[in-house]
Design a protein around this ligand. Structure first.
Ligand code: 0RA
Length: 641
């Protein structure tokens, strides 16, 4: 009896703790899921799916189905063992309920079974539950089906037996709480990208993503028997590859396993994607460091041994070796330590030597066994090394030149008066007449104008040394002040808003794309930190008698005529063919005045996606470009990417 009393007290105390726990999540959701914007919203789905992935990694689950329902709720179904339904020995309530109502009681209790585990913050189902209007969980286990419902984190039913079954698994349906999320609407493509990645990283798992919202429901089955080999091929699918099959090797030690796939393409871009327990380690870490160190050693050893470079020559650098390389490194480790600003840097120190020794051994074997592929790759590295040397000389020339000149700023730049970079804007303007109007129309206090001049370079098809020679790009580099490539220094940025202004036609779109490609490839932090913008000049001017209005598309023209109750045939609708058709005052009013203009911020949500877009638009292959432009016709004309 006394024993029972004790349990009861403990149970009540735990209950109080539970309420406090989930209340904290609702009070400060950002602490648990990063934000309440789109990113945080999609993160909820990843947390739930991660639990199923964990079950698959433990060897008990083969298929995961994720469905976006008509009411923007999500259903996740797996065929794992099912969350345990018995009374939790410490908490005195069903384990399913513990998992959903107690903070940090994710999947990793019970000890057995889990060698590795994902989950960005390990917060799991309880956080999702706390932030959901409702959550229904259904567990099939021991021949029975159990069900429980929660609302805003609180159990509103007990765990009820609702039927019998011969299957096992867990089915969770949750609807993100509109009281918490800015816009609780899921984006199919965001989910698709993440689940495709998960399917590549876990070759045994079948993931199905269903969107039940459209009239015709969409269903995608993601299953890649080739695993990360398929992942690398996928990332290179729009590129010309140097060798047909990716180089692949794996190895393991002390409960950690690493898999690596590498394939070169003919571009100058390095694309290495590293993961630890399915989490993209975008800040890198010890697995990446080990990989790069071994790579440099193996390449140089082989190059010397077979006389690609002479004993006294300088070594190939890491950059030479990684030019045009697409690689995926996937590490599975029992106790990952995530560090860095966004907790996406792997810190485990023993991992470096693990990866290093595996790459040293297996990559040298591959080279010895495949001399012709190795030759293709090494020839490219050596060309890269030569271009790097040429770029170094060109860079020194520019430095020396600027030391002698009184003003290092480009002659065509009309600078602003303000010296605080955070208040300054620069308009990069294509076309001389537009440049003239912009100079006259601007507010010289904080707006600088740089007209573009001369022949543009497609950096997707040229190396750094050619950038240094380019008369159109170098003024941009000097005006911005940051330098490029390895020398890039964002603290020297002279304008915090860099606004590309070009005509709304094909030529204008071309120049925008070339400049964006340039910023993306050589000054990526500018894009990442949101310094790049695209001006949005109006396309139409609608006037009648003395009144006139600007419109940015045809819909707006209709809106204006409707609101003013003008008949279209009675008013003049002028279509601007180029910026040059606007006088200085009009340009200021419509496109440059911060009070009235709209400018489009260029955002980098998805690095893989952005790389793909630039490869498609600026690379050599014609077919994918045609396809992209046909499929994204609207996007291309609106955003001019
Ligand atoms: C811990 C132990 C066991 C299963 C799970 C967790 C589990 C959790 C989730 C969450 C979503 N799907 C899941 N599937 C399984 C089973 C322990 C046992 O059966 O012995």
């Amino acid at each position: 009896m006394q024993e029972e009393e004790k349990n009861k007290v403990a149970y009540d105390e735990n209950q109080i703790q539970v309420l406090e726990g989930l209340e904290a999540v609702r009070k400060r959701p950002g602490m648990y899921i990063g934000s309440t914007s789109s990113r945080g919203l999609h993160h909820l789905v990843y947390e739930i799916v991660d639990n199923s992935i964990d079950e698959a990694l433990a060897g008990y689950c083969t298929e995961i189905i994720i469905q976006i329902n008509k009411d923007n709720s999500i259903t996740n179904i797996d065929n794992g063992r099912g969350i345990p339904t018995g009374i939790h020995p410490k908490m005195g309530i069903p384990t399913v309920e513990v998992v959903h109502t107690i903070l940090h009681a994710g999947g990793k209790f019970g000890g057995e079974g889990y060698t590795v585990s994902g989950g960005l913050h390990g917060v799991g189902a309880s956080v999702v539950n706390a932030l959901s209007e409702y959550l229904d969980v259904e567990v099939s286990r021991d021949g029975k089906i159990y069900k429980q419902r929660y609302e805003r984190g609180n159990a509103v039913t007990g765990l009820e037996e609702i039927g019998t079954t011969d299957k096992t698994g867990t089915k969770t349906t949750f609807k993100p709480d509109p009281q918490i999320f800015d816009e609780p609407v899921f984006e199919f493509d965001i989910l698709l990208n993440r689940f495709r990645e998960l399917a590549f990283l876990n070759r045994n798992i079948i993931i199905k993503l269903i969107d039940d919202r459209p009239e015709e429901r969409i269903e995608k089955a993601l299953h890649y028997e080739g695993g990360i080999i398929s992942f690398v091929e996928y990332n290179n699918r729009h590129k010309e590859v140097l060798h047909k099959s990716p180089i692949y090797f794996e190895g393991s030690k002390d409960g950690s396993a690493v898999e690596i796939a590498i394939q070169y393409n003919d571009s100058y871009v390095e694309n290495i994607f590293s993961f630890a327990n399915n989490i993209a380690t975008t800040e890198g870490g010890t697995h990446l460091t080990g990989f790069k160190a071994a790579l440099t050693k193996v390449f140089n050893d082989y190059a010397k041994k077979y006389n690609y470079i002479k004993e006294n020559d300088k070594n190939l650098t890491g950059e030479d070796i990684r030019e045009g390389m697409t690689a995926v490194i996937s590490l599975k480790i029992s106790e990952p330590q995530f560090e860095g600003q966004t907790k996406t840097k792997l810190g485990n120190s023993e991992t470096r030597s693990l990866v290093e020794s595996i790459v040293n051994e297996k990559l040298s074997n591959f080279f010895e066994e495949n001399p012709s592929i190795t030759k293709l790759i090494l020839d490219k590295c050596i060309t890269a090394a030569r271009a790097r040397e040429a770029a170094r000389k060109a860079r020194e020339m520019t430095r020396r030149k600027s030391a002698f000149e009184t003003s290092t700023l480009p002659g065509k730049l009309a600078d602003c008066q303000e010296r605080d970079a955070s208040l300054c804007e620069i308009y990069i303007v294509e076309g001389d007449s537009a440049g003239g109007s912009a100079k006259q129309g601007r507010d010289r206090k904080f707006q600088a104008i740089l007209p573009l001049w001369g022949k543009m370079l497609n950096v997707e098809k040229a190396r750094l040394d050619k950038v240094y020679e380019n008369e159109k790009l170098m003024p941009v580099v000097t005006a911005l002040g940051t330098s490029i490539g390895d020398d890039f220094d964002i603290s020297k940025l002279r304008y915090h808003k860099i606004i590309i202004m070009a005509d709304a036609d094909v030529d204008g779109s071309h120049i925008r794309t070339l400049l964006l490609t340039f910023f993306f490839r050589y000054m990526k932090p500018l894009v990442e930190c949101g310094h790049i913008y695209i001006a949005q000049p109006p396309l139409f001017k609608v006037s009648k008698s003395k009144e006139s209005f600007y419109a940015y598309n045809e819909k707006e023209v209709d809106k204006i005529t409707q609101e003013k109750q003008w008949r279209k045939e009675d008013c003049s609708i002028q279509r601007y063919k180029g910026l040059g058709e606007m006088n200085a005052e009009q340009l200021w009013e419509t496109t440059m005045n911060p009070e009235k203009r709209t400018i489009l911020k260029v955002e980098l949500d998805d690095v893989i996606g952005a790389d793909e877009i630039f490869t498609i638009l600026m690379g050599d292959k014609v077919e994918p470009r045609k396809e992209f432009i046909t499929n994204h016709a609207k996007l291309v004309t609106n955003l001019d990417i």
